[in-house]
Structures are given as C-alpha cells and as structure tokens.
Write a protein that binds this ligand. Structure first.
Ligand SMILES: N[C@@H](CCC(=O)N[C@@H](CS)C(=O)NCC(=O)O)C(=O)O
Length: 219
C-alpha cells in the first residue's frame, strides 16, 4: 500500500475531520505538522503541493488532494473496507454531499471569517453580523439532525466528522446551548463516545477553544 501523508495541524477543524476519517478507517498514515503561524504553508515547497496554501493536504503517493471534504470522500472511496462512511447509493450520497457542502460553504466559513483575522491580523473586534452567521448555521444543523442520530440519518458518515470538527471549534464563538440546540448537543455527546474521537478531535478542539474563547469583543 502506498504511503499516505497528511499535512496539517490539530488546531484546524478541517484537519481534524481528516484525522477522524483516518482513525475510523483504521488507516495508517504519516502526519506532517505545518505551522501556519510560522507561515510554513506559504513556503515554496508547500505551494508546489497546494497552491491554495490550505491544510489539510493529502499526499497519496504523489497525488496531492486538498480540501477536507474531498480528502475524506477520497479516503473512504479508495481505502474503506465498506462504503458505510460515504455510501455509494446515489440518494444517500446526494444527501451526504449536501451536508459536506453545507459545512464547506456555511458552517466552516462562519468560523474562518472570525478566526483568520484573529490569528493572522490580531483582530479582536468581531461584528455582530458574523456571530449572526454562526447562529444561522446552528439553526440549520439543528434541523438537519432532527430526530436522527447523525447529520444524514441514523448512520455515522464523514459528514458527521466534517460538521463536528467545525462545531467543536465554533463553540468558542457561540455556545451550543443544550436548551436551544438539544439535537446538536446530543449529537456532539454521541460522537464524543467514539473510541478515536478524543485523540483525533477533542484534543485539538480544546486547544483551539482555549485560544479563541474570551479573546474578542462583539461590536
Ligand atoms: N475548505 C477547506 C478549508 C481549509 C482551510 O481554510 N484551512 C485553514 C486552516 S483551518 C488554512 O489552511 N488557512 C491558511 C490559508 O488559507 O492560507 C477545507 O475543508 O480543507
């Protein structure tokens, strides 16, 4: 089997979505730390691999894939012993992709719009409308989960990994109130019981939350 290399840092939610997928698949890989604050992602060597200079980045024997959603889908399609985490059934897959695009286009950007100016420009004033965007994402996700166990129904998929990795960092910005968002709250507790979840997600998410929480003022 070719050697898989994941470039990332565990503070990053999309990197943690990939770590969860690797662990769920029980897939061996090498992890190469990329220090974004030291601008390692802007080095000539990294830009040759990913001109968009984002982590996570996967190197599968010289094929470079970035964007966590693309990486997680690829890993299950290529290396999964079953398609459970990313079903081949077209209707199931369409629903799952909707959730992946939701994370990629709504949920994660609502965090990135706050965290990037904070990390890279020391911007500590956050306009209320950015918090409103976060809240809007929560309201959608609460409805998506509904009476199901997971975000696409009653089976665990990579959409749970992507959305949960983002959500467990977003809590630094807006609490997942158990009364307002009971479904999301229960879903996060459910995922936390997965044997690999703590190491793959919670450790990095807690570091992230400790840095961000209380670090900014809403204006
Ligand atoms: N949609 C992308 C987002 C990746 C992303 O924004 N990663 C951040 C870290 S959390 C990053 O690499 N930022 C550095 C940059 O954009 O230059 C994914 O899911 O992989």
């Amino acid at each position: 089997m070719p050697k898989l290399v994941l470039y990332g840092l565990d503070l990053s939610p999309p990197v943690r979505a990939c770590l969860l997928t690797f662990r769920a698949l029980d897939l061996p890989f090498e992890y190469k730390n990329v220090n974004l604050l030291a601008a390692e992602h802007l080095s000539e060597e990294f830009l040759k691999k990913n001109p968009q200079h984002t982590v996570p980045l996967l190197d599968d024997d010289g094929t470079f894939i970035w964007d966590s959603h693309a990486i997680c889908s690829y890993l299950v399609d290529k290396y999964g012993k079953s398609d459970a985490l990313y079903p081949k059934d077209l209707v199931k897959r369409a629903l799952l992709q909707q959730r992946l695009y939701f994370d990629a286009s709504i949920l994660f950007p609502s965090l990135r719009n706050i965290s990037l100016p904070f990390f890279f420009k020391k911007e500590t004033q956050v306009p209320q409308e950015k918090i409103d965007n976060v809240r809007e994402g929560y309201e959608h996700l609460e409805k998506f989960i509904g009476d199901n166990l997971y975000v696409t129904g009653n089976s665990l998929t990579i959409a749970d990994f992507c959305c949960a990795a983002t959500m467990s960092s977003l809590v630094a910005v807006l609490d997942v109130d158990a009364v307002k968002y009971p479904k999301m709250h229960a879903w996060l507790d459910r995922l936390a019981k997965l044997p690999y979840y703590h190491e793959a997600n919670t450790v990095g998410a807690e570091k992230y939350v400790n840095i961000i929480k209380n670090a900014f003022t809403i204006v």
